[in-house]
Design a protein around this ligand. Sequence first.
Ligand SMILES: [Fe+2]
Ligand SMILES: [Fe+2]
Length: 210
Amino acid sequence: MGCDGGDLLRCRAIAMSAGGTMDGLDLLIADHNRVRGLFARFRQAHEDEDTPAMGELAGKIFGELEVHTAIEEEIFYPAVHDLSDELAEMVDEGVQEHHLVDVLIAEARALAPGDAEWVAKVTVLIENVEHHAQEEETELFPPVRSATDTATREDWGTRSEAMKAQRGAPTSADAAELTTEELRQRARDQQIPGRSTMTREDLIATVDPR
Ligand SMILES: [Fe+2]
Ligand SMILES: [Fe+2]
């Protein structure tokens, strides 16, 4: 699969992911949207009383959140902490919100999927993360974007991709191996919000290629 086949979009996307030039804030937003798709599917499985599906989706949600919060706490939050007192306060709160999610994940894992207490814990976890991700996107990321240059954010993106690879999570380089049609199909199956207006690059950043 070379870049001489004339598929310019595909080659640009491969160069982007292979070259690690993805914007770190865009990567975090893509993670949020992928997990929002999992939340929608979990809610549907709950409505359908499909316990095996709920268990499988919860496992995926926990795995996604563990990688995402590690990226934020090890790469993104420490860098943002130094930008201003106000931003430092926001990331300090973010760490505590992550901690609550860690506790709910650990407690849910000790229960049987489908058990009423398990459902309650996963539901509260989803509500907390939805609120947290929304707050990050509306109150934290815009001032951080204004206060940083592209090279800084691309450095976060490169390090975030490396952390995903290190933890065995799929990277955008993995997703870039799919055709655009395959990416669109997965985005539909994964109920990724906003998928209809996503470019190939957005899809590569957002879709779970597995
Ligand atoms: Fe977060
Ligand atoms: Fe986040």
